[in-house]
Design a protein around this ligand. Structure first.
Ligand SMILES: Cc1cc2nc3c(=O)[nH]c(=O)nc-3n(C[C@H](O)[C@H](O)[C@H](O)COP(=O)(O)O)c2cc1C
Length: 182
């Protein structure tokens, strides 16, 4: 059965290493018959969560703030799999991804017990070094809290400049992970 996949891409570099990985993931996933929608968060007008606990009244536009998150909410709602894609920034995810992810709290607010919609997820990352531990710690806790199941991770260290990723085996890994989804 084909799946609906949303990619939240938190890299500001459209020709960068993270996007090279998401492109391969997407190619594999689409070849396997899945539907993939990728959002380049840096291109979008997305404000930070205000922590007002006032959302969740309208499932189609659950946040009190009206901005480009309204393009993401319906795709997120329909998605079976959420791909979190980001460069490693100071041992964690980029601000672009964190900001958008915080705003998904408004979707949980649609449930009286703040239950999140059940999803699978994928983590895709690029970094100059290999210090992914803190992000993996965060990802594991996030999964547990949301009740999500991880379908896989692609972590590519040793890439700094745009293009450094050429020839790296993680590109094939990303393709294979996408292709394995059905
Ligand atoms: C603000 C900033 C913080 C970064 N912090 C780290 C870091 O903590 N560890 C690391 O290995 N690389 C770090 N990097 C390097 C990026 O992770 C690396 O260049 C990555 O390939 C960028 O991905 P992109 O091409 O998708 O933008 C940082 C880069 C920037 C711009």
């Amino acid at each position: 059965m084909s799946k609906k996949i949303i990619i939240l891409n938190g890299s500001p570099r459209k020709s960068g290493n993270t996007t090279a990985l998401t492109a391969e993931f997407k190619r594999g996933a689409e070849e396997a018959g899945n539907t993939v929608t990728e959002f380049f968060l840096d291109d979008m007008n997305i404000n930070g969560c205000k922590g007002c606990f006032g959302g969740g009244k309208n499932p189609d536009s659950p946040c009190v703030q009206k901005d480009d998150m309204d393009k993401i909410y319906p795709v997120y709602k329909d998605a079976d799999i959420v791909v979190l894609a980001t460069p490693l920034y100071y041992w964690t995810i980029s601000g672009q991804l964190k900001t958008a992810f915080d705003r998904l709290f408004a979707v949980a607010e649609c449930d009286p017990n703040y239950r999140n919609p059940k999803k699978e997820s994928v983590l895709i990352m690029a970094a100059e070094g290999y210090g992914f531990e803190e992000t993996l710690y965060w990802y594991e806790h996030l999964e547990k809290h949301l009740g999500w199941k991880s379908s896989g991770k692609v972590l590519c260290g040793g890439v700094m400049a745009m293009g450094d990723i050429a020839g790296k085996p993680e590109l094939q890994e990303a393709y294979n992970l996408g292709k394995s989804i059905q």
